[in-house]
Design a protein around this ligand. Structure first.
Ligand SMILES: C[S@@+](CC[C@H](N)C(=O)[O-])C[C@H]1O[C@@H](n2cnc3c(N)ncnc32)[C@H](O)[C@@H]1O
Length: 293
């Protein structure tokens, strides 16, 4: 077993034991179909990310971590725009996909790793897109910001997006089912998800099914997982506890869309984008240090 596979298996065991990490078929056996099923305007969003980075003093040539990079599509696009990018993800299958997409580019690399345990003072900026809803327990939700803060150099910049609880719960109550079919070189793939809103615990319980049909055979994989969305208050307090300030919120990767905007017709609806400066001050870790594994 390679070191990376061993890390993944260990994480999987922790996931089962503690409910800490989310191991979805999207991140494992269907990693190859991730980009086909979860389509995003990567180029357009990356243009805004670059504009925000430059505005905060991180120019092309700077070192960027794509934390929870998935298939590496944002990392590769930021590298194309001149940044030195490391994409890190806990899923070896997704990192394999990312490495396959590299196309010989020199200024981007991919690593299997846990963003809760990042090396200190290594990056000018961190992008963390669509990842933190997978973090379920309070300790990890605090510790991840301490990890980002340690990993950023002085005056580094953090850009992240999460699902905002109230808007997401309202939408999912209205539209619990999502279905998408794509023709792939392995056959016709249909993805269905059904989301239940657990209002009491502010969680979403998502039942997912991937069905692959080829040559008259059909194979389905079912998975149930929990997603925990965020409120502005929780983000604010976790960021500040980790030493971040200069925080700004947006309704999309578009500076014109403010956090209060309802953007129900867009593909990135109901998400809230946040960017923040990391102050030169080192945060005090004691108050929010996780004693998790
Ligand atoms: C919804 S995907 C987003 C992927 C990518 N950022 C994108 O926008 O295409 C969430 C990613 O977070 C990764 N992830 C979850 N917990 C992680 C952790 N503790 N460390 C590293 N990656 C993690 C998952 O493996 C998955 O690739």
């Amino acid at each position: 077993m390679t070191e990376e596979t061993a890390l993944h298996r260990e994480t999987e065991q922790r996931s089962v034991a503690t409910g800490k990490f989310c191991i979805r078929p999207f991140y494992t056996e269907y990693a190859w179909a991730f980009d086909l099923l979860i389509d995003r305007p990567v180029r357009k969003e990356s243009a805004t990310i670059v504009a925000w980075l430059i505005e905060r003093g991180v120019r092309p040539g700077g070192d960027v971590l794509d934390a929870g990079c998935g298939t590496g599509r944002y990392a590769i696009e930021l590298a194309r725009r001149g940044y030195n990018v490391n994409g890190m993800d806990i899923s070896p299958e997704l990192v394999d996909e990312a490495r396959r997409s590299l196309g010989g580019r020199q200024n981007v690399s991919f690593t299997v790793g846990d963003i809760l345990a990042l090396p200190a003072a290594s990056y000018d900026a961190i992008l963390c897109r669509g990842v933190l809803n997978d973090f379920l327990n309070d300790d990890d939700r605090q510790e991840v910001f301490a990890s980002f803060s340690r990993a950023l150099r002085s005056a580094g910049v953090l850009i992240l997006d999460v699902r905002e609880w109230a808007a997401t719960a309202a939408r999912k109550a209205r539209e619990p089912v999502f279905r998408k079919s794509v023709d792939t070189d392995r056959g016709k793939l249909t993805f269905t998800s059904v989301t239940e809103v657990d209002a009491e615990n502010r969680r979403l319980v998502v039942s997912e099914r991937h069905t692959l049909s080829a040559d008259g055979h059909e194979r389905s994989s079912d998975h149930v997982f929990v997603m925990r969305c965020w409120t502005r208050d929780e983000l604010d307090s976790n960021l500040r506890a980790a030493g971040f300030d200069g925080i700004a919120y947006f309704g999309a990767y578009d500076p014109a869309i403010g956090p209060a905007a309802r953007i129900d017709s867009s593909p990135w609806r109901n998400e809230r984008i946040l960017r923040s400066d990391n102050t030169p001050l080192q945060p005090t870790r004691g108050a929010h240090q996780s004693d998790g594994p």
